[in-house]
Design a protein around this ligand. Structure first.
Ligand SMILES: [Zn+2]
Length: 455
């Protein structure tokens, strides 16, 4: 049994008992909804407003038990249903009015159809702990139906609950899901909704695209499954996750579509896909040294003494070099250009980010240069955002912001050393990837190393 609140009744009761105008009441309700970052329904917000005004609100008990997906209609509340998970999308975070949270859209189906269901914080944890997983059955209690761009969708209410239904309910009518784990190199023709393990070999920059009325971000990367390199194209929101991947990283991808591309089959990731880092698996995907020719070995900065070292370095950012931060780059030729048209192919160039930082690990310091995606990852600014900033406020202001944001923070990076091309000849690093930091381990190690050095 779940509770049902009647919006109109609550508003009428506030009107009658407080003498406030209908407009005032509605403003209070919409403020409430705003403050809760869209987590509250209109009814829930009205209920809270009434409570704050000291009014008793009548709660009716009612529930829409065991609906089928084909029964869903816009505005239905307290929906309960049994369904199977077809896909789990990327987990995303939001922050509004100081409140941080996570949400995730999953696709569920029963014998009558499929729909998306939005999960919030507590239920997102059930994805982390694998209580909600692709192919699993769920009993969902207490969600409401919304409509977005003409499509109905479900969202779990604040009081909603989800239960893993495997082994507890009669699941015989639910659609069966064929096993979707594949080995990429075994796939010979286009297919949909597959999962696979692979290692990342290369990640390219993120770009904005606009095509046939569709607008958004696209990012390409490549993966190796032990036999073959496959191109992956990430679309829209999943690009934020994809752009932080690094060469050599083991990942699992769920909900991918394999399509015919210009040079053979390629993998496409969209709203129904997700990338899982450090997945648990017994499948062994070989390391990629042989493919990339690069093996990054952990080094102290004072050990990097000549060009062509592939090194992993953990250090603190101590300064940011003043520069223009942006240059013209042709994505076709993968080369820089002195103006907005490529000298080689004549195509329009794009702005690309470049940042030069000095990092220090307590043993020595070194200059590091980061381009494109890597620069976006280390600065936390998209190219577009930094371009706007530089155009509006100039490079001095941009430098100040970057310094405030980065100096004193730590980076774990993979880089290739080279002789600097500046006047002062020294060894510097071109950064190939920024890696996620295991904070405790790295920072403790860093200070331990410092304390060892002191007399
Ligand atoms: Zn070009």
């Amino acid at each position: 049994m779940t509770t049902v609140l009647d919006y109109r009744k609550i508003v009428d009761s506030i009107l009658a008992k407080t003498g406030k105008s209908e407009k005032d009441i509605k403003d209070m309700i919409s403020n409430k909804i705003e403050r809760f970052a869209g987590l509250l329904t209109e009814e829930g917000a009205a209920f809270m407003v009434a409570k704050e005004l000291g009014l008793e609100v009548e709660i009716e008990f009612q529930s829409e038990r065991n609906l089928k997906i084909s029964d869903l209609r816009k505005g239905l509340k307290n929906v309960c249903l049994l369904a199977r998970v077809l896909n789990i999308g990327e987990i995303r975070s939001f922050e509004r009015d100081g409140r941080k949270g996570r949400y995730c859209k999953i696709v569920i189906a029963d014998e009558t159809g499929e729909t998306t269901l939005t999960l919030w914080d507590r239920q997102v944890q059930m994805i982390d702990s694998e209580k909600i997983c692709k192919g699993g059955a769920l009993f969902v209690d207490g969600c409401y139906v919304t409509e977005f761009r003409g499509n109905l969708a479900l969202s779990l209410s604040l009081r909603g609950r989800i239960y893993n239904a495997d082994g507890r309910y009669d699941l015989s009518k639910l659609p069966r899901v064929k096993p979707s784990l594949v080995r990429l190199s075994d796939i010979k023709e286009p297919t949909k909704n597959v999962d696979f393990f692979a290692r990342v070999t290369r990640v390219f920059d993120r770009f904005e695209f606009e095509k046939d009325g569709d607008k958004g971000d696209v990012l390409r990367f490549e993966v190796w499954d032990g036999k073959k390199i496959t191109k992956v194209v990430a679309w829209h929101n999943i690009t934020s996750k994809a752009q932080k991947l690094y060469s050599g990283e083991l990942i699992k991808i769920e909900g991918a579509d394999v399509k015919e591309g210009r040079n053979g089959l390629e993998v496409h990731l969209g709203t129904r896909s997700r990338i899982i880092e450090n997945p648990k698996t017994e499948i062994v995907i070989p390391e990629i040294y042989e493919i990339t020719g690069k093996s990054y070995v952990r080094k102290k900065i004072n050990e990097i003494t000549e060009a062509n070292y592939f090194a992993e370095v953990f250090a603190e950012i101590v300064s940011v070099r003043k520069s223009k931060f942006l240059y013209d780059f042709c994505n076709e030729c993968r080369a820089s250009s002195s103006n907005s048209v490529c000298e080689r192919c004549g195509k329009k160039t794009k702005k690309r980010l470049v940042v030069s930082l000095r990092i220090d690990d307590g043993f020595a310091n070194i200059n590091c240069i980061m381009f494109g995606r890597v620069a976006e990852n280390v600065t936390g600014f998209s190219t577009l955002k930094l371009t706007e900033l530089v155009e509006k406020d100039g490079t001095d202001k941009a430098l100040k912001l970057l310094e405030e944001k980065m100096i004193g923070s730590f980076v774990l990076l993979h880089g290739t050393s080279r002789k600097s091309i500046g006047q002062k000849e020294e060894i510097e690093m071109i950064v190939d990837d920024i890696l996620p930091i295991d904070n405790k381990k790295e920072v403790e190690g860093f200070y331990y190393a410092l304390s060892e050095m002191k007399p």
